[in-house]
Design a binder for this molecule. Sequence first.
Ligand code: AMP
Ligand code: MN
Ligand code: MN
Ligand code: MN
Length: 291
Amino acid sequence: MSVLNADLHCHSNVSDGTLTPEALAARAQANGVELWALTDHDEIGGQHRARDAALALGLPYLSGTEISVTFAGITVHIVGLGFDIDDLAMREGLRRTRGGREERAREMADSLALVGIRGAFEGALKYVGNPELISRTHFARHLVATGVCADTSEVFRRFLTEGKPGYVPHRWAKLGDAVRWIVDAGGMAVIAHPGRYNFTSTEEYALFTEFIAHGGRGVEVVTGSHTTADFVKYAEMALEFDLYASRGSDFHSPSESHTDLGALPFLSGQLKPVWEGLAHRVHRPEASAGV
Ligand code: AMP
Ligand code: MN
Ligand code: MN
Ligand code: MN
């Protein structure tokens, strides 16, 4: 078993989480996390804050992001780890990826208005920490706060997923572009929570092979979005495709997320953990005096 408590997937209020990067760093450390990455959606604006807060607490840090990609008509998430935070091509690519979010959010609100839910754009905005990153999660929080639904998963089930009123299809980055931004900035690209996409096995095989052809090298095996059956399935896929394996809670909020930072099973010892391939990219706290 690879008994490092690494948590390499979570969100701050720089995207759709509710805690600041600093509060997440403190929570990760309090929960016993030994290597941490903040992976905000399509955004690296919180990276310096997260790294500085982690290092001040003595917590090793890897840079991170989670890029929205459209593959075979479906939204797939690609986590980037260990890239250069100041890389200009990466910044520009992510800025473009964020670009259509406001217009999409206005269309979502128009579509919700047709089923009698008015003012959802303004309502969602109240929960947004970063004006460039209005997401479905912010709409979900608004619909819970106004009593339309009991919790965020009910909102997604009834309103924010394909075929439901309030869902607006969107074109995100291309798989090859997202992988290239990460790799060219010195990082490793990782397929996020593959168990969530409902691909057929043929489509999933195409995702893995194209991802690898573009230079992708990792897959999330243990994540808060996977069932125990998924842990086994994607451990096997990691071995079959010779990919590094990652581990991350996908924590968003103390009141919404069922998996807290660091609260996950360890990776099986047969797997190559992503932190072995990224050892040279880890930001480490300064050794204390005399050690
Ligand atoms: P967006 O990038 O605006 O499409 O929003 C995607 C985000 O919505 C994801 O990162 C999750 O945080 C959240 N999300 C997606 N599906 C669900 C779900 N079924 N239940 C709760 N949150 C979800
Ligand atoms: Mn999210
Ligand atoms: Mn995701
Ligand atoms: Mn995520």
